[in-house]
Ligand binder design. Structure first.
Ligand SMILES: [Zn+2]
Length: 245
């Protein structure tokens, strides 16, 4: 649970040489140019489930029950203003053994924000989560995955463990027939970190029933295949001895 492992966020003193490179680095979930990031599940026998933009009273409670049914743990990257309006739900997520990460207070695009504005966004979200759980997240995920070089500096200065991205987005941010998402999830492989949404950054009580239906389909199959579902804090622990992994 501690997630104490220090992850270096150094950018290696890079001189950025061209708008094309910068743009790619700022939006690509596989870029390390603007700070080290965790984006994989760590083991080919694991799938890391992550849920953004909640908590959502209309969806998160059912999602927690579903995850419990398959003994799956996940990481919830919460938005501060949603956390403030549902503190009991924030507490419940933590009490069920899931990890909570910081997804900023109001979900702005961080690329063009000053370090001070980014710090404020992170601090307000952190306050909302800490007020509910008495624990402070050590991981964050930038909204849309967008980030500039100033974010890495802010995280380094603030003693954050780092940022989490993903290997595969499930394109679940709009209501849709669950069959479509179930089909996309057939491509998921061991070792991936999945970006999903239990909430919507614009509104509360958003419809995410397609996310629930898709997981109802895939979680039992993945569990049968022997996959584990680590949280971001599990991934940040020191590597296990080879024999134990
Ligand atoms: Zn988001």
């Amino acid at each position: 649970m501690s997630g104490q492992t220090a992850i270096s966020l150094t950018t290696g003193g890079l001189v950025l040489g061209g708008a094309g490179v910068c743009t790619w680095a700022a939006v690509s979930p596989s870029s390390d140019l603007f700070g080290r990031a965790v984006r994989r599940a760590g083991s080919p026998r694991a799938i890391a489930l992550t849920f953004d933009d909640g908590p959502n009273p209309a969806v998160t409670p059912a999602l927690l029950d579903l995850l419990d049914r398959y003994r799956a743990r996940a990481t919830f990257f919460m938005i501060g203003r949603h956390a403030r309006s549902s503190p009991d739900l924030v507490r419940e997520v933590a009490a069920r053994g899931h990890a909570i990460g910081n997804h900023t207070d109001t979900h702005p695009n961080l690329i063009w924000l000053s370090p001070a504005r980014i710090e404020e966004q992170l601090a307000r979200c952190q306050d909302a989560i800490s007020a509910a759980t008495k624990m402070a997240p050590r991981w964050m995920r930038p909204p849309y995955g967008f980030r500039g070089p100033q974010l890495a500096r802010v995280l380094r200065r603030g003693g954050w463990a780092g940022m989490a991205l993903w290997t595969r987005a499930m394109f679940d941010w709009k209501p849709q027939p669950p069959e479509r998402m179930i089909g996309r999830m057939a491509r998921v492989r061991g070792g991936e970190m999945l970006l999903m949404h239990d909430g919507d950054h614009r509104i509360q009580n958003s419809d995410r029933s397609h996310v629930l239906r898709s997981l109802e389909h895939w979680l039992p199959r993945w569990a049968d295949d022997g996959f584990e579902f680590p949280t971001i804090d599990d991934l940040a622990r020191p590597p296990l001895p080879a024999a134990a992994n």
